[in-house]
Design a protein around this ligand. Structure first.
Ligand code: MN
Length: 240
């Protein structure tokens, strides 16, 4: 039987390296962990930051007892922040490295979501794709303030400027949000390399087709690359 969760990374067509990370794994007691991370560009070490963050999250959540899922997730994100900063101390060229991070744990009807940066989590339900995260980005703040439209933000020259990232600051405030999950929902995480290449309507149409998780992820990567593949692509999804 096909797994109901899957993760994939792809370099895209334009970038020489891949700084995205993604994981979809089953934890103890059948909980599923979904993660994507996108190393911040413009400074060295993005791929090191995203890999360190993913590793820290997986390590913490593999062993956490989950009596309090909100605390478990917050702890995992703080540990990712700490580990990126520890790695940055080892080489002064890496001092400014950081990464976006989206972490989702799913326990039956409950999903817990935390994020930093402009990678996203969505819930696809009954044909509609709903964003569960708010981008920590300059353009998203302008949209929330009513100074930019979503359409203008998507084309804006500053659309890649993020305002919060894992590893950037010693003190990191983690917000964890709870979202109910119904049978038939898809929880879908992706980096900006996917949603900047493909309109949300296209992502929704692929999810609506209802192919197995692996086929769905592979198809979205193909479509992003057909659209030019301007950036690395990271996807993690779970069909509830
Ligand atoms: Mn990216």
């Amino acid at each position: 039987m096909a797994e109901r969760f899957f993760a994939i990374i792809d370099p895209g067509r334009k970038r020489p390296t891949n700084q995205d990370q993604a994981a979809a794994v089953e934890l103890r007691d059948g909980r599923v962990l979904l993660v994507v991370a996108d190393g911040v560009g413009g400074v060295p070490g993005g791929e090191i930051a995203s890999a360190a963050a993913l590793k820290a999250v997986q390590r913490v959540l593999a062993h956490h007892d989950f009596a309090d899922p909100r605390a478990a997730l917050a702890h995992a994100v703080l540990e990712a922040n700490r580990m990126v900063r520890v790695a940055a101390l080892e080489d002064e060229r890496l001092a400014l490295m950081a990464t976006t991070l989206v972490v989702v744990t799913v326990d039956g009807p409950d999903a817990w979501v935390a994020n930093a940066g402009d990678s996203r989590a969505y819930r696809f339900r009954a044909g509609a794709l709903e964003r569960l995260t708010e981008d920590d980005s300059w353009v998203a703040e302008e949209v929330r303030a009513g100074r930019l439209t979503e359409e203008a933000a998507a084309q804006h020259p500053r659309r890649n400027v993020i305002t919060r990232a894992v590893g950037s600051e010693a003190h990191f405030a983690v917000d964890v949000f709870h979202h109910p999950v119904l049978p038939g929902d898809t929880l879908f995480l992706c980096t900006d390399g996917l949603y900047q290449a493909l309109p949300e309507a296209v992502i929704a149409s692929v999810l609506a087709f209802g192919a197995p998780a692996r086929d769905t992820a592979v198809r979205l990567v193909e479509l992003a690359n057909e659209a030019g593949g301007p950036d690395n692509i990271g996807i993690a999804l779970l069909q509830a």
